[in-house]
Design a protein around this ligand. Structure first.
Ligand SMILES: [Zn+2]
Length: 180
């Protein structure tokens, strides 16, 4: 309700005939609640099922599409995330990795912070030896305004544990996520 009220005020400033936009504030508030649903996400509750496994090599879910919003301009960040981990005794369903990406994407973000947040959340909830996160995204504040460079991609990566210290493993992860 509060967001709706403020959007109404903004529209009144933009469009003198904003009576035509009567239902827009309600719609925008709904869009906000969908796009920004990641605040307060209970990640340990989300990742509550583990499976015993002898698997001790890299597990990767790559090219997870995500949509976020830049906290500086409130415009879209659209890209893909790849997440990999080396388990130590327990694995999780691959869909949980995608859900964790969404928990952080559905907030106002900086891609650098989002990359670290995903890695650290995985490190906290999973029993793992190491984790790697790779994000590649187009920022509308770069592609559609200001410097206007459509098609440019912002790339960030973050590593914890064995993926930080073992450079061969890190290279394998990057090779896997970067090839088509
Ligand atoms: Zn921006």
């Amino acid at each position: 309700m509060d967001i709706e009220h403020h959007i109404k005020g903004i529209l009144e400033q933009i469009d003198p005939d904003s009576s035509r936009l009567k239902e827009t504030p309600e719609r925008v508030a709904k869009v906000c609640s969908e796009s920004l649903s990641g605040y307060g996400a209970d990640i340990p509750a989300l990742v509550n099922k583990f499976y015993d496994s002898a698997m001790d090599d890299l597990i990767i879910l790559k090219n997870i599409p995500f949509e976020s919003h830049c906290e500086h301009h409130l415009v879209p960040i659209i890209g893909v995330a790849s997440v990999g981990y080396v388990p130590q005794g327990k694995i999780v369903g691959a869909s949980k990795l995608a859900r964790i990406v969404d928990c952080f994407a559905h907030r106002l973000q900086l891609q650098e912070r989002m990359t670290m947040e995903i890695a650290r959340a995985l490190e906290t909830v999973l029993d793992l030896k190491g984790v790697g996160v790779y994000l590649e995204a187009e920022h509308f504040c770069i592609s559609h305004r200001g410097v206007k460079k459509p098609g440019s991609k912002f790339v960030t990566r973050y590593f914890c544990g064995i993926l930080k210290t073992d450079l061969d493993l890190r290279r394998e992860f990057l090779y896997s996520v970067q090839k088509n």
